[in-house]
Design a binder for this molecule. Sequence first.
Ligand SMILES: C[S@@+](CC[C@H](N)C(=O)[O-])C[C@H]1O[C@@H](n2cnc3c(N)ncnc32)[C@H](O)[C@@H]1O
Length: 275
Amino acid sequence: MDNSAQIDYWNGPAGQKWVRDADRLDKMLRPFLDAVIGAGKPRAGEIVTDIGCGGGALSLEVAGKGAIATGVDVSQPLIDVARRRAAVSAPGTRFVVADASDWIPETAADLIVSRFGVMFFADPVRAFSNIRKGVAPGGRMAFVCWRPLAENEWALAPIIAAMPFLREAPKSPEPGAPGPFAFGQREHIDRILTQAGWRSIRISSWDGLIELPGAAAPETAEFMLEIGPLSRTISEQGLDPVKIRDALVARVQSLADAEGRTRLKAATWIVEASA
Ligand SMILES: C[S@@+](CC[C@H](N)C(=O)[O-])C[C@H]1O[C@@H](n2cnc3c(N)ncnc32)[C@H](O)[C@@H]1O
């Protein structure tokens, strides 16, 4: 089993969309960056690895705490974004294009962190065993991952709005198949990390509202067509997003608050473990 499908995905059009939307995504996902920092508590001088770092927001936050951060990601375009950002704010931060399933750092890390970057491994036990090998004795890990799609209104609402225009209902992925919701089940995460040799595993729920990008409904709908599960369904089924847009704008309008902000329910796991 290899990760070539995900490597292609994150280096292709999806990766480019994440590049274009990097700043807006970071704003939307800020609460989870804070949650990972709160769980991992990086300290000055510590060596920290950020798995699936994307555009590098978490690595740069860790560096801002005085830690020495390395971000690892399979996506060259996203690593380019991270390097550009680091050149401005944290030149000591390193970014590496590599598959975290087989990459080992030169110096073992005190802390592994990730914001939604660990759910894409074809063989998660192998990946997390390898990640553990890159951790110093007594080292720790803190990451955030999505709970099931059904509990995440920000992802489900656009799909429901688009349902009349889909060729078929989106297929449920095989349990545990790589993808944003692969770590939805607590028992699944616990089993993977235990088999990979991690100890003192703690999995707690984080529930809250996240604000979707866009000052008004059409802009938010455009974002939903670009990024997230609806966008994946559109490309899998070869649909024309223009045909879905009006229904989506109407749905977003009905969900927006009095100020026109679209704040929807998000449900995640905050996972902590020791090497
Ligand atoms: C949902 S994005 C999150 C990006 C970033 N952590 C953030 O919060 O903005 C998932 C990231 O995981 C990366 N990724 C997927 N499979 C990977 C692997 N095997 N090794 C390293 N990174 C991987 C993708 O390229 C992508 O940047």
